[in-house]
Design a protein around this ligand. Structure first.
Ligand SMILES: Cc1cc2nc3c(=O)[nH]c(=O)nc-3n(C[C@H](O)[C@H](O)[C@H](O)COP(=O)(O)OP(=O)(O)OC[C@H]3O[C@@H](n4cnc5c(N)ncnc54)[C@H](O)[C@@H]3O)c2cc1C
Length: 399
C-alpha cells in the first residue's frame, strides 16, 4: 500500500460498496498513488446477506472481509474518518486532526443509523426480544430471537425515513413467519408489519405481489405509523402516526425486529455539499455536484432519488468513474445513471420476487419472465450468485 500523503488527485470518502467499486475503476486509468480512500473501518461487509443470516441461513462471518484486502492496488487507504468537508478549500478535515486536500472528491460514506431516535432502543438491541438485521453487531441476535418466539406478537417495523434496502424490513418478517409456521406455532404468534410508509412497496406491480403474500400468510400490516419508543423491560413498543405524532398506540411483543430511522451522515448535512435533506447534492444523471464541479457522490449518502441499494451502486459506479475521468481530462461529464435499482424480495426460504426499476418506477427487469412472481431460481441467485458477483466483479471494477 502506498504511503499516506496530504494531497491526492482523487480522494474517495467511504470504502463501502460505492467507494471500493469506484476506486477499482479509477485505479485502472490513473497513475499509482494518485487516489486515496478515507475510511476508519477495518472490516467491509456484504450487507445484503444479513437478511439470510437473520433468518438462520449462513453466518455473519461469511459477510465480512478485511478492508485492507479490498483496497485496489496502487490506492492509498487512510484509516480515519472525515470530520468536516470544505469544498471551497478542496479540503477534508479528519477526525484524528489534520486534513487531506484533493483535486477531485468522491463522497460515499453510506447512510447513518439513528438508533437513538427511538426512545429506549439504543443499548437494548439483542435484549428483551429486540433485534435488528441492520448492523453486523445486531444481526447476530435475530435468529436466536426468532427461534425463542413461541407465542405472542412478533412485530416488524419500517420507519418513514429513507432507509437502505427498502425491502429488508419485510424480508426478515417472511422468514420468521415461515419458521413459526414450520414449527407448528403459527396460530400462537401474531405477525404484524408496522410501517411508516403509505404502502408495502413503491412500485405498484411489486406492491400488489407483496400485499398478496401478506394476505395469504395472515400478516397484519399497519401503515403510516413510526416506532417512537420501546419500553424494553416490559416488552412494549409505542407507535405514532406519521402525520399526527400525538396519535399513538402501544403493542406488547414477544419479539420485535427494528429497522432504525436513518439519515444522511452529520458531517455531510453540516457541509456546503448538502441539499435540504442533508444528502450530498448531485445531478441525478451525472452524479456531479451542481455547485462544485470537482465533487461527485453516489450510493446511500447521495441525493440520487432512487431506492438505496448495492444493486443501484452497481450501475452508478461505472458512470460515476467515467465522469470523474472526463472532468479530470477537462471534458464535460456525459455518462448518465438512469436510476436503476433492484431489491431481491425474499418472501420465504427458497422464494424471492426480484424487483428491478428506474427513477420513473418503470420496470427494468433482467429476465424474460414475470419477476413479480415468487421464484426458487431468484432465491438461488441472491444466495449464491450475487455474493460472488459482488466480491469478484463489482469490487474489482468488472461488473
Ligand atoms: C439488512 C440489509 C439488507 C440489504 N439487502 C440488500 C439487497 O438485497 N440488495 C442490495 O442491493 N442492497 C441491499 N442492502 C443495501 C446495501 O448494502 C447498501 O445500499 C450499500 O452497501 C450502500 O453502499 P455505500 O457504499 O453507499 O455505503 P456502505 O456500503 O454502507 O459503506 C459506507 C462506508 O463509509 C464509511 N464511513 C462512514 N462514515 C465515514 C466517515 N465519516 N469518513 C469516512 N468513511 C466513513 C463506513 O465505514 C463504510 O465503510 C442491504 C442492507 C442491509 C443493512
Amino acid at each position: 500500500m502506498p504511503p499516506i500523503k496530504t494531497r491526492y488527485k482523487v480522494l474517495i470518502v467511504g470504502a463501502g460498496t460505492a467507494g471500493i467499486s469506484v476506486a477499482a475503476r479509477l485505479a485502472k486509468k490513473l497513475p499509482r498513488d494518485s487516489i486515496a480512500i478515507l475510511d476508519p473501518a477495518s472490516k467491509h461487509y456484504y450487507q445484503p446477506l444479513w437478511t439470510l443470516v437473520g433468518g438462520g441461513v449462513g453466518t455473519r462471518e461469511e459477510t465480512e472481509r478485511e478492508q485492507r484486502d479490498l483496497i485496489p492496488a496502487g490506492v492509498a487507504w487512510i484509516c480515519d474518518a472525515a470530520k468536516a468537508l470544505d469544498p471551497d478549500a478542496n479540503r477534508v478535515a479528519l477526525e484524528s486532526g489534520g486534513a487531506i486536500t484533493y483535486d477531485f472528491l468522491v463522497v460515499c460514506p453510506g447512510i447513518q443509523l439513528d438508533w437513538h431516535k427511538v426512545v429506549g432502543l439504543a443499548g437494548n438491541v439483542g435484549k428483551h426480544g429486540i433485534c435488528s438485521n441492520y448492523s453486523y453487531e445486531s444481526v447476530a441476535h435475530t435468529w436466536p430471537m426468532i427461534q425463542a418466539t413461541k407465542s405472542g406478537a412478533a412485530l416488524f417495523t419500517h420507519p418513514s425515513t429513507p432507509i437502505k434496502c427498502g425491502g429488508a424490513p419485510q424480508k426478515i418478517m417472511y422468514l420468521a413467519e415461515s419458521t413459526f409456521r414450520k414449527r407448528g406455532l403459527r396460530q400462537d404468534v401474531d405477525v404484524q408489519f408496522i410501517c411508516g410508509m403509505g404502502s408495502s412497496f413503491a412500485v405498484p406491480r411489486y406492491q400488489h405481489a407483496l400485499d398478496a403474500v401478506m394476505k395469504r400468510r395472515n400478516i397484519t400490516p399497519t401503515y403510516l405509523h413510526d416506532l417512537v419508543e420501546i419500553r424494553p423491560e416490559q416488552q412494549v413498543a409505542v407507535f405514532a402516526r406519521v402525520d399526527d405524532p400525538s396519535q399513538r398506540f402501544e403493542k406488547s411483543f414477544s419479539m420485535i425486529h427494528v429497522t432504525p430511522p436513518m439519515s444522511a451522515p452529520d458531517f455531510i448535512e453540516k457541509s456546503p455539499l448538502a441539499n435540504e435533506g442533508g444528502w450530498c447534492d448531485v445531478d441525478k444523471g451525472t452524479m456531479q455536484s451542481p455547485k462544485y464541479p470537482n465533487v461527485f457522490a453516489l450510493g446511500d449518502a447521495s441525493s440520487l432519488p432512487t431506492s438505496k441499494t448495492g444493486a443501484a451502486i452497481r450501475k452508478q459506479a461505472p458512470a460515476c468513474a467515467e465522469n470523474v475521468l472526463s472532468v479530470i481530462n477537462g471534458k464535460q461529464p456525459t455518462a448518465i445513471y438512469d436510476g436503476y435499482t433492484s431489491c431481491p424480495l425474499v418472501t420465504d426460504y427458497g422464494k424471492l420476487i426480484l424487483a428491478e426499476f428506474d427513477y420513473d418506477k418503470n420496470l427494468q427487469e433482467t429476465f424474460p419472465f414475470d419477476q413479480s412472481k415468487e421464484r426458487w431460481s431468484m432465491y438461488m441467485l441472491k444466495k449464491h450468485v450475487l455474493p460472488k458477483l459482488y466480491w469478484h466483479g463489482m469490487l474489482k471494477g468488472r461488473a
